[in-house]
Design a binder for this molecule. Structure first.
Ligand code: PBG
Length: 334
């Protein structure tokens, strides 16, 4: 008999030996747990009843009065952290409801932190609060001239004010998502001088100008009325640039580094994991959720299986934390 190993017939190396039930979980390199997940919650000051979000089946905008019950539902699934987004009662040029003491997020956070044990993170941005839907104050005439865009430094001051107002309301962590230069440093300064030295910042550090945010913009009513966000969010073509972006946020004091979106940018997740010792978060965004939901609705994919596999892959790429609209469903199935 010829024992010379041939390609595919090498008896010394048979990876299948460790794939049997019983051993596969012992050798699994990655696992998923409810404590890795953060559930986004939308609180809407313009409604007094829950409104389903059409583009994101299973998700709703809830009135401030139901913020606590909504978060309690999340906690029942085993997920311990929420990310709060707000839809204000009105919008204006300077996004004033983003940093109002009685703003929608501030009121919701006060109630949630008083009445539940959830770890409360707030999204810090102006796009849901400005009448033009951009993430900061825009130059006069920006609606006519695509070269004019967000006024960076003035907007950053308002983001810092927003973050401080969230901390005052009781937010455990703030997550700035406006993609403006110097945003993390300004927020760190703001929090420190207001006495919140120990309140961490999760920065949307590598945030791409992505079409996968489409369903969210319906959910949070934050689509730009003119122009787009390419002047401040990152170009999907760039990964090396993400190194510089993330490094800046580290220097400015970010505690957790987020990559967004997640699945189309797993190379970037892996790169941030390799470059930094900080916890890495990834945002499995609305479009990633919507496409699986839509395919499952047609009977083309098994929703539970693909949701689990997606989140597992995001962890395998190097994320410690995952923001996902699947948080509750996946946590329940674990
Ligand atoms: C900005 C913000 C956005 C998302 C989270 N924070 C929208 C954007 O940058 O356009 C998108 C999240 C998602 O698509 O699930 N406040």
């Amino acid at each position: 008999m010829d024992h010379t190993p041939r390609p595919g017939r090498d008896d010394a190396r048979r990876p299948r030996r460790l794939r049997a039930d019983g051993v596969r979980s012992l050798v699994a390199e990655t696992d998923l747990s409810a404590s890795d997940l953060i559930a986004p919650v939308f609180v809407d000051a313009t409604t007094d009843e829950r409104v389903p979000i059409e583009t994101m089946p299973g998700h709703e905008r809830v009135p401030v009065e139901q913020a606590v019950s909504r978060v309690e539902e999340v906690l029942e699934t085993g997920v311990e952290a929420v990310m709060i987004f707000g839809i204000p009662e009105f919008k204006d040029a300077r996004g004033t409801r983003a940093y109002a003491e009685n703003g929608v997020v501030q009121r919701a956070v006060r109630a949630i932190t008083e009445e539940t044990g959830a770890y409360v993170i707030t999204d810090v941005c102006l796009c849901e609060y400005t009448e033009h839907g951009h993430c900061g104050i825009v130059e006069p005439g920006a609606d006519e001239d695509p070269h004019l865009t967000v006024r960076n430094d003035e907007s950053v001051d308002l983001l810092a004010e927003t973050a401080v107002s969230h901390a005052e309301a009781g937010a455990d962590m703030v997550a700035p998502s406006a993609s403006l230069d110097g945003m993390v440093g300004a927020i760190r300064d703001g929090l420190d001088s207001a006495g919140f030295r120990n309140r961490p910042i999760m920065s949307y550090a590598a945030k791409y100008e992505s079409s996968f945010y489409g369903p969210f913009r319906d959910a949070a009513d934050g689509a730009p009325a003119f122009g787009d966000r390419r002047h401040y969010q990152m170009d999907p073509a760039n990964a090396r640039e993400a190194r510089r972006e993330v490094e800046l946020d580290v220097t400015e004091g970010a505690d957790v580094l987020m990559v967004k979106p997640a699945l189309p940018y797993l190379d970037v997740v892996a790169q941030v994991r390799e470059d930094h010792d900080h916890p890495v978060a990834a945002y499995n965004v609305s479009g990633e959720y919507a496409m699986l939901q839509a395919a499952a609705e047609k009977g083309w994919l098994d929703l539970d299986a693909v949701a689990h596999e997606s989140l597992l892959s995001i962890k395998r790429a190097g994320a410690d934390l995952i923001l996902t609209y699947f948080a509750e469903d996946v946590a329940e199935s674990l």
